[in-house]
Design a protein around this ligand. Structure first.
Ligand SMILES: Cc1cc2nc3c(=O)[nH]c(=O)nc-3n(C[C@H](O)[C@H](O)[C@H](O)COP(=O)(O)O)c2cc1C
Length: 379
């Protein structure tokens, strides 16, 4: 089975260390474009662009960087509570045209009531999923070219139409959420269910639940895992770099971030926090799965740490559970995109070396240390 590998655009900033602005990188469009171009050239299948009040707008970022890429897909976060289904369908169809049919959407209901309140959204946890469900019914029908009359509890439209269709017959919908309400919505309406990188046994349980709920509705759903990676030529180097990543992080900062996250109503976030419990001394929560990122980052909080063979083997463990795509990232995102592609791509099923990688030659006339391989697209 071949695996789809996505990278990530860090639209709230990047850097060498977590929990400090030392050596920080602002999320400028030229920097994000560099990461997108690198991901495209290296042979990643797509990039995830997140949404949140601390991020640049994902739709504007996607349309700004996409013209610099050839085949990379854009997995753009869609927070359903921030727009209405008709205008969002127009934006999605337009962005699918901008990208020549390379748009994927990551549907986000939202898990932080304080952040949502600042955006004028005051729905409770399960109500947000009910509203998202109504939104998606209208949105999917519009993108499929239908004229829509809909009267729900949260959304109502009459004779709604989307006049300029997307390039793709249907824009694939990705989605993440760990609560029962999220699993129910995934089973009903989405194509790909994503989970943050919990230990394999926990991921297996989530997959079984979503799969069973979908089967009861006569549907199938595909699965993906969102993880950070710290891959180096040796496992010792990788662990040293994991420690280095949090070496500027103080306990006060950890406590503040954890307290803030504890106020969220996201089941997924609570599951991430339970892995490390705010402690920096017990961070390997499953073999080679390190929860250090979650000490200060909301959302994806775990990283696979090791040499290329080890990381590839850990990815295959998830693949054996039915996962066929990964959304990866690492710090800084430009450098780690190269490291992961160069070291791990050759070890993944259905994928050869990173596109554009080179083999060494000796005795070149003008300091030529390497010659490019043909730019074969990894299958
Ligand atoms: C892979 C993945 C990516 C996510 N991306 C975002 C995002 O960009 N912005 C956001 O606010 N929430 C994001 N979420 C959070 C979920 O959409 C959801 O709001 C959260 O998990 C709370 O839902 P729950 O209580 O059902 O777990 C993401 C979740 C996953 C698994």
């Amino acid at each position: 089975m071949s695996l789809d590998i996505f990278w990530f655009l860090p639209t709230s900033g990047d850097g060498r260390y977590l929990g400090t602005s030392d050596f920080g990188r602002a999320p400028t469009i030229p920097y994000l474009r560099q990461i997108a171009v690198a991901s495209d050239e290296l042979g990643y299948d797509g990039v995830l662009i997140p949404t949140g009040s601390g991020c640049l707008d994902p739709w504007v970022v996607a349309s700004s960087v996409a013209p610099a890429t050839q085949r990379l897909k854009f997995l753009v976060a869609l927070r359903t509570s921030l727009g209405n289904p008709t205008s969002t369908a127009r934006a999605a169809a337009t962005l699918d045209q901008v990208t020549g049919g390379r748009l994927l959407l990551n549907v986000v209901a939202g898990g932080d009531s304080a952040e949502l309140a600042a955006d004028g959204v005051f729905l409770g946890h399960d109500e947000r999923y009910a509203a998202a469900g109504e939104f998606l019914q209208i949105f999917r029908d519009l993108l499929a070219g239908k004229t829509v009359d809909f009267e729900g509890h949260h959304h109502r439209v009459e004779k709604a139409r989307n006049l300029f269709p997307p390039v793709q017959a249907q824009v694939p919908l990705y989605f993440g959420g760990s609560s029962p309400a999220a699993h129910a919505l995934a089973a009903e309406q989405v194509d790909v269910y994503l989970t943050w990188g919990e230990p394999p046994a926990a991921v297996a349980e989530k997959i079984a639940d979503v799969r069973a709920r979908a089967a009861a509705l006569g549907r199938t759903v595909r699965f993906g895992v969102r993880l950070h990676v710290i891959v180096r030529e040796t496992t010792a180097e990788a662990w040293a770099d994991a420690d280095r990543l949090i070496s500027h992080l103080d306990d006060d900062t950890i406590a503040k971030v954890q307290q803030r996250q504890a106020g969220m109503d996201s089941v997924g976030q609570a599951r991430m926090a339970a892995l490390h419990r705010g402690r920096r001394d017990r961070l390997e929560v499953s073999p080679n799965l390190w929860a250090g990122v979650g000490l200060v980052r909301g959302g994806a909080g775990t990283a696979l740490v090791g040499d290329a063979k080890t990381v590839a083997a850990r990815l295959r463990e998830y693949a054996d559970l039915g996962v066929d795509r990964f959304v990866l990232s690492g710090y800084p995102h430009l450098e780690e995109a190269y490291r992961f592609a160069e070291l791990v791509f050759p070890l993944l099923p259905g994928r050869q070396r990173a596109a554009g990688s080179a083999r060494a030659v000796t005795g070149g006339p003008f300091d030529a240390a390497v010659l490019p391989r043909p730019l074969a697209r990894a299958a």
